[in-house]
Design a protein around this ligand. Structure first.
Ligand code: NAD
Length: 296
């Protein structure tokens, strides 16, 4: 069993980006600038955004955090989004989800200019991704692909079973892994909460990407020997013995599944850190495309 070490690979990617940025600085070029919009004080969102801003600093990006109160109206948020679209200094930005219930998430994500949509959530980018055109690939599936590529995991002709059909993980990874190319060319089955006899699929799978958010859902008797496991799930389980009052766990029962797996991602330290690294990669791409448009 080999660990797919997302912490290590994400650090490698950040170092590679940092080198490009230091070259940009040396050439007197503008460095990438990522902005994040956070509405309210959701604990997990504060942690995620804080981590994204710290990563920007570490690799030499500029970053801006726009932290708005939870009572911000939809109209006020849309104004903020419009301002970011028109701000030439910002190369890319994200609107941290979830948004408070009184704000229509879809409306806000649709308002983000596709050229600055480094989360890859806008329909223009999603459509282009599905058509194999230049786009911004959502950071989590992009991170999974990069992890598989860098560990040279053989995916060609393999049966990949994806659990979960969300717009940000399950659905895009099912598209990416069925496309042509490295870490792809897979035969993909997309399963979800209405799938009958899930085990029939998971037991046949060469690769399983689990993105449902149920701790220890995937058990040892649901997988075959040699399976490749990508555990996307992140659940905070309350635990008074921990300093933070919770611990983080994935969808996979690691103790049961890992002895049967050829490769497996740990949680934490697997897909999570890759997601941030690929958001930074998308921001670098946004900067480069911005330049190319100007010089065209
Ligand atoms: P979601 O929460 O929007 O949806 C869950 C999906 O799981 C649904 O499509 C549903 O059909 C499916 N599902 C639920 N119960 C099922 C069952 N019994 N059998 C089969 N399918 C079932 O999904 P999401 O936003 O992709 O999040 C999934 C998990 O991944 C969460 O734990 C989330 O925190 C985590 N996540 C991690 C990262 C990361 O960077 N590692 C990024 C995004 C999401």
């Amino acid at each position: 069993m080999k660990i797919l070490d997302g912490k290590k690979v994400s650090n490698d990617i950040k170092n590679e980006i940092a080198e490009v940025v230091s070259q940009m600085k040396e050439n007197g070029e503008k460095v990438p600038h990522l902005a994040a919009v956070l509405v309210g004080n959701d604990g997990a969102s504060l942690t995620y955004v804080g981590s994204k801003v710290r990563s920007c600093k570490r690799i030499g990006f500029e970053s801006t955090l726009i932290h708005l109160p939870s009572e911000t109206t939809e109209a006020a948020l849309l104004k903020e989004v419009e301002a970011l679209n028109n701000n030439d200094a910002i190369d890319g930005y994200i609107v941290q989800l979830p948004l408070p219930k009184h704000i229509d998430e879809e409306k806000v994500l649709m308002a983000v200019h596709p050229d600055k949509d480094v989360d890859g959530f806008h329909p223009t980018n999603f459509g282009k991704m599905a058509l194999d055109m230049e786009s911004f690939i959502p950071a989590t599936p992009y991170g999974i692909m990069e992890l598989l590529r860098r560990y040279d995991v053989d995916t060609q002709g393999k049966h990949t079973v994806v659990i979960g059909r969300s717009h940000i993980v399950g659905r895009p990874i099912s598209i990416l892994m069925s496309q042509k190319g490295k870490a792809a060319n897979s035969t993909v089955t997309l399963t979800h909460s209405r799938t009958k006899d899930l085990e029939v699929f998971t037991k046949d799978a060469d690769i399983i990407v689990s993105a449902l958010g149920v701790p220890d859902f995937l058990k040892g008797d649901m997988v075959k020997e040699g399976v490749v496991i990508i555990d996307v799930g992140i659940t905070r389980v309350p635990d008074d013995t921990k300093e933070k009052g919770y611990y983080i766990t994935g969808d996979v029962d690691f103790a049961q599944v890992s002895p049967k797996a050829s490769y497996i991602t740990p949680v934490p330290g697997g897909v999570g850190p890759m997601t941030i690294a690929m958001l930074l990669k998308n921001t670098l791409l946004a900067r480069e495309r911005h330049n190319n448009r100007k010089n065209a």
